[in-house]
Design a protein around this ligand. Structure first.
Ligand SMILES: Cc1cc2nc3c(=O)[nH]c(=O)nc-3n(C[C@H](O)[C@H](O)[C@H](O)COP(=O)(O)OP(=O)(O)OC[C@H]3O[C@@H](n4cnc5c(N)ncnc54)[C@H](O)[C@@H]3O)c2cc1C
Length: 381
């Protein structure tokens, strides 16, 4: 057996996992359907400063902007501003970000088969089409890091319902932007999600919208765009799916394991999946090396994920609560939040990755507790 592990997908999660496995002395082969890492890009590249710090990510050559706040707009256009003195998030060039992880993996002798699409696996054998020819690899473990529409997940019979996906459409636009703030629009067109503007610089930004799968994101984008009287120049566009749901309970079966978007390790509040996917990759590396080197059950991965899953579950509860409101009640909640000083509260305590940190703080602020009893009951109940 040439490699101990076959990883399907050379996205950030698969690449990071392969590097971490190498550090534990485990060899892996990555199978990637595209001819190159990092393209096509379907991502805004917004990642938390704290997540980068925890993971020790070097952003040399990939950092394009620093974000220190957000303007959040209600359905009627009322604004709430969160502003920090220091950057809380970074915008990275997603293609170069992935390519950096690729360089790191290659420097560790990780083998990657490009133009290779996995079609099936049985036991230790993974069958795939490389340059249109059928071939196979053999390894002890098979890892699905193959993104939102994971073939590995499908072959593991772990299917997700339709309402656990958001269909996103976004444009790279040119205009005049406040480079320090992202805009979040809780607009009626974004059924089940929201619209966003993420500045890459003063002159360029991603403007996008997400809708529950089954709705047309391009139509939603056009209506939203018209409603805002925007006049930007479109530079490019892309559309893709984001997994939005509670963390998957089962991510391991026999010798197979899921990680990253394939395992729904994305924040259901925002759709951000890079930091959580990379954190999960490190946890997966630990479970895999324990399995291969110490014969521990691969299923320990699910136990090791509990801290991460606690935050992901909270993201999902917040998303479910917001989706239960509809535009009218969203507006009411927004106005109440504005009067209650939620902007100041989030400026002090907000954490874009770990909601448990600020939810915990709410309990120490009686004014917040009494203002949002229904929300807290829904989210924590
Ligand atoms: C519009 C949009 C904006 C986003 N913005 C952000 C953001 O600002 N911040 C953030 O944190 N997240 C964002 N995300 C989410 C982020 O892009 C994902 O969470 C992240 O890419 C997940 O990484 P991954 O490695 O798990 O999967 P992917 O990046 O999807 O990588 C999976 C890889 O597997 C390969 N693959 C798939 N199937 C097969 C197969 N059968 N055989 C071989 N290879 C296969 C694919 O080609 C791909 O290279 C956004 C997503 C969208 C759609």
């Amino acid at each position: 057996m040439a490699n101990q592990v076959t990883i399907v997908g050379a996205g950030p999660v698969g690449l990071h996992l392969a590097s971490k496995l190498f550090d534990s002395g485990i060899s892996s082969l990555i199978i990637e359907e595209h001819s190159e890492v990092g393209v096509p890009v379907n991502c805004s590249g917004l990642i938390s400063e704290s997540g980068c710090h925890t993971l020790g990510l070097a952003l040399d050559g990939v950092l394009v902007n620093e974000i220190s706040g957000a303007d959040i707009y209600s359905p009627s256009g009322s604004k709430l501003t969160i502003e920090r003195k220091r950057p809380v998030a970074y915008v990275v060039n997603r293609e170069l970000f992935d390519k950096n992880l690729y360089k790191k993996a290659v420097s560790k002798n990780v083998e990657i088969d490009f133009n290779s699409k996995v079609i099936n696996f049985t036991g230790k054998n993974v069958f795939y089409q490389k340059d249109n020819y059928g071939t196979m690899s053999k390894s002890k473990l098979i890892i699905g890091a193959d993104g939102v529409q994971s073939k590995v997940r499908e072959l593991m019979n772990l299917n997700a319902p339709h309402n656990m996906f958001v269909h996103a459409y976004q444009q790279m636009i040119s205009g005049d932007f406040d480079p320090k703030k992202v805009n979040v629009y809780l607009c009626k067109e974004a059924v089940g999600f929201f619209a966003w503007l993420i500045p890459h610089s003063k002159k360029e930004a991603d403007l996008g919208i997400g809708v529950t799968l089954g709705n047309n994101p391009k139509n939603a984008f056009d209506s939203f765009y018209a409603s805002q009287s925007f006049e930007f120049e479109k530079l490019s566009e892309n559309s893709s799916i984001i997994p939005i749901g509670p963390p998957f309970k089962h991510t391991v079966a026999e010798n197979q394991l899921l990680v990253g978007d394939a395992a729904f390790q994305t924040k259901a509040t925002t759709g951000g999946g890079i930091i959580f996917g990379l954190r999960a990759a490190e946890i997966a590396a630990q479970a895999i090396s324990d399995n291969i080197l110490k014969s521990k059950p691969l299923g320990n991965y699910e136990k090791l994920l509990s801290g991460l899953n606690k935050e992901l579950a909270l993201h999902w509860k917040i998303r479910s609560y917001l989706n239960s409101l509809g535009p009218e009640n969203t507006e009411k909640l927004f106005q109440k939040a504005k009067r209650a000083g939620v902007a100041e509260f989030l400026t002090s305590y907000g954490d874009m990755d770990n909601p448990s940190k600020f939810v915990g703080k709410i309990f120490r602020k009686p004014s917040m507790l009494t203002l949002f009893p229904e929300a807290l009951k829904f989210i924590l109940g």
